[in-house]
Ligand binder design. Structure first.
Ligand SMILES: Nc1nc2c(ncn2[C@@H]2O[C@H](COP(=O)(O)OP(=O)(O)OP(=O)(O)O)[C@@H](O)[C@H]2O)c(=O)[nH]1
Ligand SMILES: [Zn+2]
Length: 189
């Protein structure tokens, strides 16, 4: 985010503070607009990136049947309807094709990429799968996301600790046996 955009956010935050009945000039709030601008630059950092490019593809003698699974990757995002946080974990699995694999750390980096912008949980789930498909064209992809939405907890319907789960399965993960293998892995069996 450039300097002009940061200043625009600061101005907007001052206006919001005034509109909600606050005094943006009281000592406790003087630095708030600049802090909020820095916070947005951080939590919306992927808006300045067009594509997820931070990965390398490796060749392995990976068996086609082997599941690569990264479980419980924590994430924080902002819902695009209320600009309130939703947060939880993403579990990502794929079955390599033609021995093509990706560095393991790139999967959490991909989760960061799709969550550091205003979005919806369904889009997070689908965006992880779409990016992984574009990068690796694997034999199967499974993405499971669970999250708590502050817009459903601290306001509106006010259901504290309710959890939303979304999932996506493609390719081999649509087959019952592969899905069962995945579920056993998830239970640490
Ligand atoms: N599908 C989906 N909905 C979401 C997500 N995050 C927030 N929402 C919902 O977005 C909806 C917005 O509904 P509206 O009726 O336009 O807004 P609202 O009057 O603030 O709704 P309430 O939250 O019910 O008070 C709400 O039902 C939220 O629960 C998400 O990640 N996925
Ligand atoms: Zn919301």
């Amino acid at each position: 985010m450039n300097e002009t955009n940061q200043q625009a956010i600061e101005q907007a935050v001052k206006q919001i503070l005034t509109a909600v009945g606050e005094d943006p000039n009281r000592p406790g709030l003087l630095e708030t607009p600049a802090r909020v601008a820095r916070m947005y630059a951080e939590v919306f950092s992927s808006l300045s990136e067009q594509k997820f490019t931070d990965y390398k593809i490796f060749d392995s003698d990976h068996d086609e049947d082997e599941i690569v699974l990264v479980k419980d990757i924590p994430f924080y995002s902002m819902c695009e309807h209320h600009l309130l946080p939703f947060f939880g974990t993403a579990t990502v699995a794929y079955i390599p094709k033609d021995g093509k694999i990706i560095g393991l750390s790139k999967i959490p980096r991909l989760v960061d990429f799709v969550t550091k912008k205003p979005t919806l949980q369904e889009n997070v789930t689908a965006d992880i799968a779409t990016n992984l498909a574009d990068i690796l064209h694997p034999a199967g992809i499974a993405v499971m996301v669970k999250a708590r939405h502050m817009c459903m907890e601290m306001r509106g319907v006010k259901k504290a600790n309710s959890q939303t789960r979304t999932s996506f399965y493609s390719g081999r993960f649509k087959e019952p046996q592969t899905r069962q293998d995945l579920m056993l892995q998830l239970q640490d069996i």
